[in-house]
Design a protein around this ligand. Structure first.
Ligand code: PLP
Length: 352
């Protein structure tokens, strides 16, 4: 077939797969890189902004890129079950790919801290779902212990195949732009994705497919910013539940990505995140989840500080789909106005 066949087929030369690997795919990847001219104008950015809209993956987040590789490799090894801790998207993705592979999925979620859409996904795909009365970090700790003692494959980003698959986001950006951007803005939670993108850019650079490397700009939420503060956060707090993580697994690698590339890891407040979340939706028609907007919030912040030179090119990864968390969207917007089914009243209310 000549149409898109998923990231393993597309990028097998860069991935740890062989002819013996059964490819478990939902045709993830190949997501749009959307040029955001309205956004640039709105915030006074004098260059090019592109949005890598990962919300259009099969389960609505970039996690599918890593999951197709992790589940395919688990299948190759003859594993019959997978387990993960999750702020929501990893569990949605694990449950979907496990279903496709005919494997059992076990997921541990922090109770009450997962967006409704994500919870519904894990449930409908048929995972065994446990709500842990604790944080994501507590849940991941337990999952790692279980992985040591029972015949289940861990598919959190502690699984190296996850990051391998996630590198393909960077490949796609370079393929679309025919070079790397000057800056890559990305939300940071467990810090796997910033690590993966940096490796992906370096792969392409080594192969001579791009002439430069971008500066990696990672963004945590202020109430969940252990890397910025320099110590783990016991009780992380933020509206951006997908990055509500107090002790990221890939902490050191994220710092390495920022330092090697000449970038940085910063923090944005929930207000800044929600401002950016509404802005990309209202001026570009792109609905991402709150955590995803941390990348744009960082861009807005640095633009206002006069950080950029004219003509620079920036890519922001929008990690997940806004439909996953409709509660937040409805909460931050004006409620619909009630009207009777009467033409004159409707016309008046519309302000014509
Ligand atoms: C997982 C996730 C993140 C954080 O990615 P890390 O690799 O954990 O840093 C950000 N946004 C969304 C929507 C996610 O699902």
């Amino acid at each position: 077939m000549s149409c898109w066949q998923g990231i393993i087929n597309q990028y097998s030369e860069f991935l740890p797969v062989s002819d013996k690997t059964p490819v478990i795919t939902l045709l993830e990847g190949n997501t749009p890189l959307i040029k955001a001219e309205n956004l640039a104008k709105e915030i006074g950015f004098k260059g090019e902004i592109y949005l890598k809209y990962e919300g259009l993956n099969p389960t609505g987040s970039f996690k599918d890129r890593g999951m197709t590789v992790a589940i395919s490799k688990a299948k190759e090894k003859g594993k019959e079950a997978v387990i993960c801790a999750s702020t929501g998207n990893t569990s949605a993705s694990a449950a979907a790919y496990a279903a496709r592979a005919g494997m059992r999925a076990y997921v541990l979620l922090p109770k009450g801290a997962v967006a409704l859409g994500k919870l519904s996904q894990a449930m409908i795909y048929g995972a065994k779902v446990l709500a842990v009365k604790g944080t994501f970090d507590d849940a991941l700790h337990i999952v790692r212990k279980i992985g040591e003692s029972y015949p289940v494959e861990i598919v959190n980003s502690v699984n190296p195949y996850r990051l391998e698959g996630q590198k393909t986001g960077a490949y796609e950006v370079c393929d679309a732009l025919e070079d790397a951007p000057d800056y890559h803005f990305i939300p940071v939670g467990n810090a796997g994705n910033i690590t993966a993108y940096w490796r992906g850019y370096k792969d392409y650079y080594k192969k001579g497919k791009v002439k430069k490397l971008p500066k990696m700009m990672g963004w945590q939420a202020e109430g969940a910013a252990p890397i910025v503060k320099g110590f783990p956060i016991k009780n992380p707090q933020t509206v951006a539940t997908a990055i509500k993580i107090g002790n990221p697994y890939s902490w050191k690698n994220a710092l390495k990505a920022a330092q090697e590339s000449g970038g940085s890891i910063g923090a944005v407040s929930d207000d800044e995140i929600l401002f950016a979340y509404k802005l990309v939706a209202s001026c570009e028609g792109v609905f991402c989840e709150p955590a995803s907007a941390a990348s744009v919030a960082g861009l807005v912040k640095l633009t206002r500080e006069g950080f950029f030179k004219n003509g620079e090119r920036v890519v922001c990864t929008l990690t997940g789909n806004g439909l996953k968390d409709p509660d937040t969207a409805i909460r931050v917007c004006e409620e619909p106005t009630d009207v009777p089914p009467v033409l004159e009243k409707v016309v008046k209310e519309l302000g014509f």
